[in-house]
Design a protein around this ligand. Sequence first.
Ligand SMILES: Nc1ncnc2c1ncn2[C@@H]1O[C@H](COP(=O)(O)OP(=O)(O)O)[C@@H](O)[C@H]1O
Ligand SMILES: [Mg+2]
Length: 344
Amino acid sequence: MIQLEKVSKFFHTGSGEVHAVKEVSLHIEQGEVFGIIGFSGAGKSTLVRCINLLERPTKGTVIVDGTELTRLDEKQLREVRRKIGMIFQHFNLLRSRTVYDNIAFPLKKSSLSKEEKHKKILSLLELVGLSDKKDAYPSQLSGGQKQRVAIARALANDPKVLLCDEATSALDPQTTKSILYLLKQVNEKLGITIVVITHEMAVVKDICDRVAIMELGRVVEEGFTEDVFVHPRETVTKDFINTANNIDKIYELIQQESNDLTKLQDGEKIVMLTYSANNAGEPVLSYLVESFGVKANIIYGNIDILKGKSIGKLVVTLSGKAENIEKALAYIQERKVELEVMKE
Ligand SMILES: Nc1ncnc2c1ncn2[C@@H]1O[C@H](COP(=O)(O)OP(=O)(O)O)[C@@H](O)[C@H]1O
Ligand SMILES: [Mg+2]
């Protein structure tokens, strides 16, 4: 549905050239929810604006639904863009128009009759759960309701693709969940391909089938969400995951020499085990005691549910004879449980 081939975007500024996006190639399938995650300034917004050519790439090719957008002129682009909806962090609603008129706005140039437009708007209002707010003005709505209006507006022309640039970043966690749920419904019921730009791992975890991680304008890692979670390769990816599940706090705790919880006796080690759906149920820890006489004292545990599968992280202190601990570590790795020695 979306094909980016070596897309680069440079900006000329007073202080020199900014390379916002560098040689990004991505293939996003029809019907996917695809996440792009990265810290602020990584180039996410610029990249997503290259998908609908709000930003014209300096180099590279953009193909959406079989049409090479990078070959089109502005007039042709305006036509194609109707099939690519977009929503933003700050909603971008027309403040002087009602909810109904905001959704009607993109239908101005549509070929539908007046009656058909009216029906369309009512069905969109229903889809986003705002039928009772059709005469309200944006100022009378909560953040979550404003984003619902923006989603309805973005869907007015039956787009094939919906681009979401930090669509939940201005919302509280509860409202974020409800908007993500709505996006998932839009994806499943209407078959719309969704690209989600975010700096929040929770968003990726909740709805993305695949994810790409951006750093300094480049995509440094990409894959199925679950795989990236269990086997992150790049430091920036690990940082995101660790922040999301509080593992960064454990690292801090372990650095503190004075902490009794993480003070080690001779031969002891603190290790982090990451279980994936394939081995989450296995009683690895009890086996360590039984077979090697190695005790595992749990310092921290966290289980995530990713697309219905559980992924667990455990930080444990292993104590016992040094040679037995080595055997235990070998056994853990044999079980395909991801292992990181945090302190020894
Ligand atoms: N119109 C612009 N002119 C100059 N520099 C820009 C422009 N838009 C973005 N940039 C720069 O490009 C880089 C990437 O920005 P952006 O795509 O907004 O990142 P993100 O969305 O990941 O925070 C930043 O260094 C930013 O300052
Ligand atoms: Mg941005």
